[in-house]
Write a protein that binds this ligand. Structure first.
Ligand SMILES: Cc1cc2nc3c(=O)[nH]c(=O)nc-3n(C[C@H](O)[C@H](O)[C@H](O)COP(=O)(O)OP(=O)(O)OC[C@H]3O[C@@H](n4cnc5c(N)ncnc54)[C@H](O)[C@@H]3O)c2cc1C
Length: 442
């Protein structure tokens, strides 16, 4: 088979290139940046190796876990697997603790909700009613915003704020007032309804670059593929109604039988728009909205510990805090703030001061951090609003040989690593299948 070009070396492009290389299909991966990983990459800051944003994975990320297996990466080496536990702290006293026992799914969740310490009996009852409503779902194509779907009476405000709002922000990176209840229910079903292991938290033990991009790079090149960094694709080439290659910044043209565009949706939109068969997909991509994620790293003396690998925070600007000890950065705390909010209007120094003071209130024995850094990813994910499913494209396009992959495609998931990996693998498999169907072309 002639060459396949994968444009974009995020987790979607890497998954596609690994799968193609594994099948013996010649593949060339072109990445515009100087490193692989895209929105899930390592950065060197605070005199150590951290990530562009703290990431959390779950046991339901089957495609990601199977890709790691292909790469020869052992799960236990790169993840600490923990049963789902929500340890929510609050300076206003509204914290609670939800632990899931060793029961089959979904009983483990129901038991966890029913026994959550710190929630009142009424709140636990409301939480269970809402969980049952989410599991039963809504009819047809209905996709009301999640808050509207959950709330049956004003008394339920408190449990929505304490439980469902933080979960919605963490899972969809979208405020609960606009979030797609359909996507939320799908993630909940995949996470809680099948195997208990699916809801396990997978906390990285390594920086993100060493977790997947590094091993993927090595796999691709050792299986006959090629990876080129600092190669920006600026246009698709089309001949006889079919993709024939790409053009790079600088004008070099590279021929290919298939091209997988695994670039962010905004870049994909620009590459598709000039080609009439692709215009309708480009129009849909132009309607996407995005949401930021802000990670505030605070460096304390190495003996400072959170006590658990992660904790949720209520009634604060900070939403989640991760102890990076597990990742080899003792004393470093990663504080995550999802989506839009008043924190976006604060300067970095002001934001650091506020987060440090919130952590000091909850952990009075901690000294002040000796260094801190903010990383704001302005377009971290799609805004996963009600009705989003109708806009997301599949992997195949009406132009022969042109494929799209990425967390924004129609993966069923919100913008997460599992969706990115799944879309890349699907593109590669479909190319392989099309090759099996018409072998004489190659
Ligand atoms: C701060 C933050 C926290 C997150 N937390 C989580 C989490 O906890 N759990 C989770 O599952 N997900 C999380 N996500 C989402 C996850 O990182 C993304 O869903 C995933 O990385 C998207 O991968 P992708 O390959 O689809 O896109 P990208 O990672 O955007 O990859 C696209 C690649 O294309 C390259 N590129 C761009 N233009 C060109 C061009 N013209 N030519 C060639 N290459 C080009 C880019 O440099 C990039 O490498 C988080 C994201 C962020 C930013």
């Amino acid at each position: 088979m002639k060459r396949v070009i994968v444009s974009g070396g995020g987790w979607a492009g890497l998954a596609a290139a690994v799968e193609l290389a594994r099948r013996g299909i010649p593949v060339l991966l072109l990445e515009s940046a100087g490193q692989l990983g895209g929105r899930a990459r390592s950065v060197d800051i605070l005199d150590t190796r951290l990530d562009n944003g703290q990431h959390l994975m779950i046991g339901a990320y089957r495609d990601m876990l199977s890709l790691l297996k292909t790469l020869g990466v052992r799960e236990g080496d790169v993840f600490q697997r923990l049963p789902l536990e929500l340890r929510m702290q609050s300076p206003a006293g509204s914290g609670y603790h939800l632990a899931t026992p060793r029961l089959p799914a979904p009983l483990h969740l129901l038991w966890g909700l029913a026994g959550a310490r710190g929630l009142t009996v009424a709140e636990r009852r409301q939480a269970l009613r809402m969980a049952a409503g989410l599991a039963a779902g809504a009819s047809g194509n209905d996709d009301p915003p999640l808050e509207e779907f959950l709330r049956k009476s004003p008394q339920e405000n408190v449990i929505i704020k304490k439980l469902w709002e933080p979960l919605c922000l963490a899972m969809l990176n979208t405020p609960i007032g606009v979030a797609s209840s359909r996507v939320f229910r799908r993630v909940l079903r995949d996470t809680f309804a099948r195997r208990r292991r699916d809801s396990d938290l997978l906390i990285p033990r390594t920086d993100l670059g060493a977790l997947l991009p590094g091993p993927a790079h090595a796999f691709i090149t050792s299986h006959g593929g090629e990876v080129r960094l600092k190669q920006r694709v600026t246009a698709l080439q089309v001949e006889d109604g079919r993709v024939s290659g790409v053009v790079l910044a600088g004008g070099e043209a590279l021929a290919a039988e298939h091209v997988i565009l695994a670039v962010p949706d905004t870049v994909c939109q620009r590459l598709l728009a000039p080609h009439p068969p692709l215009a309708s997909i480009a129009d849909r991509l132009a309607r996407f909205r995005h949401a930021p994620i802000c990670t505030v790293y605070l460096r304390y003396p190495p003996h400072i510990r959170l006590g658990t690998p992660m904790a949720g925070l209520l009634d604060t600007t900070a939403q989640w805090v991760f102890d990076r000890r597990l990742t080899g950065n003792p004393g470093v705390m990663a504080v995550v703030i999802s989506s839009h909010g008043p924190h976006m209007a604060l300067g970095n120094d002001e934001l650091i001061a506020r987060i440090a003071s919130e952590l000091a209130t909850l952990n009075p024995a901690w000294p002040a951090p000796d260094a801190a850094q903010v990383i704001r990813e302005k377009r971290a994910t799609l805004l996963c609003h009600a009705g989003i499913d109708a806009l997301r494209p599949g992997n195949a396009t009406p132009l022969g040989g042109c494929w799209v992959a990425g967390d924004y495609t129609d993966t069923g998931y919100p913008s997460v690593l599992e969706g990115a990996v799944r879309s890349g693998l699907d593109c590669a498999r479909k190319i392989r299948e099309s090759n099996d169907l018409i072998p004489w072309l190659y």
